[in-house]
Design a protein around this ligand. Structure first.
Ligand code: KIV
Length: 277
């Protein structure tokens, strides 16, 4: 586990809970989140000190090879969430409520949230949408399921929003997003994630809220940042959104290893005596 001098918490928690993110916000600090979908990667990110991991429904894209998140099911979320929880000691693990698992009614949202927590061991759910989900957030919170609200670009609504595009560019965007965020906070949301929102709008939202914010393509004014790890660490074969910084070429390293392995096999250099019984 890497402890950095940048952390504002006096002591790294044994296990991050939502209260620690509140403390980070109150102390003017920052935290890092990555998406994650399997136990081995979770253990690596956990050891690296990443404060929170998200089993995003982006697994539809990066794990299942679909062109949207819309086909991801509760069963999918449960399978991958269990794996991430199993690989994690310290990070707070949260998971998306997938498309179709909460929109129909408050009862459906509560049943889905409880199922995700109960069957996987995650500590919070993330839910896309705005003020129309206030009753859902209130009921989930009352049932013991912390909710991270997700506004700005919400991929589950891509067909309503007209595709992947920056949100919050209209004239009254800041006032609108601040008001929406305050309403979600009042409903009980423990954090607010904003996706593809102009930096000044996201900063204004963070400043107006007492709860922590998390940004993706939302500038540096949010309390935390999240990236889809395959985008940031070079697994996406160059197809990278403009707001993503490249921190590694894991895809390149994998490709190189696979080529060297194949070459060894074809030349009968592997397995050699040292790798045989
Ligand atoms: O599904 C996901 O990975 C997400 C992130 C893009 C925030 O919601």
């Amino acid at each position: 586990m890497v402890d950095t001098p940048y952390s504002v918490l006096k002591k790294t928690p044994t296990r991050y809970r939502t209260v620690h993110f509140q403390q980070i916000k109150e102390a003017g600090g920052k935290f890092a989140m990555l998406t994650c979908y399997d136990a081995m990667t979770a253990a690596i990110f956990d050891d690296a000190g990443i404060e929170t991991l998200l089993i995003g429904d982006s697994l539809g894209n990066v794990v299942q090879g679909q062109n949207s998140t819309l086909g991801v099911t509760m069963d999918d979320m449960i399978t991958f969430s269990k794996a991430v929880v199993a690989g994690t000691d310290r990070a707070l693990v949260m998971a998306d409520l997938p498309f179709g698992s909460y929109e129909e009614s408050v009862e459906q949202a509560v049943a889905s949230g409880i199922r995700l927590v109960k069957e996987t061991g995650i500590s919070a759910v993330k839910m896309e949408g705005g003020v129309e989900y206030v009753p859902h957030i209130q009921a989930l919170t009352a049932a013991g399921v912390p909710v991270v609200a997700h506004t700005g670009f919400t991929p589950q609504s891509e067909h309503v929003l007209g595709g992947y595009r920056v949100q919050g560019r209209q004239e009254d965007a800041t006032a609108h997003m601040v008001q929406e965020a305050l309403t979600l906070q009042d409903a009980g949301a423990v954090m607010l994630l904003m996706e593809m929102v102009p930096a000044d709008v996201a900063t204004a939202v963070d400043e107006a809220l007492t709860i922590p914010t998390i940004g993706i393509g939302a500038g540096h004014g949010t309390t935390g940042q999240v990236l889809v790890w395959q985008d940031a660490f070079g697994m996406n074969q160059g197809r990278v959104p403009s707001f993503v910084k490249q921190y590694a070429d894991v895809g390149g390293a994998l490709s190189d290893a696979a080529k060297r392995y194949r070459e060894d096999v074809l030349k009968a250099d592997f397995p050699d005596a040292g790798h045989s019984f």
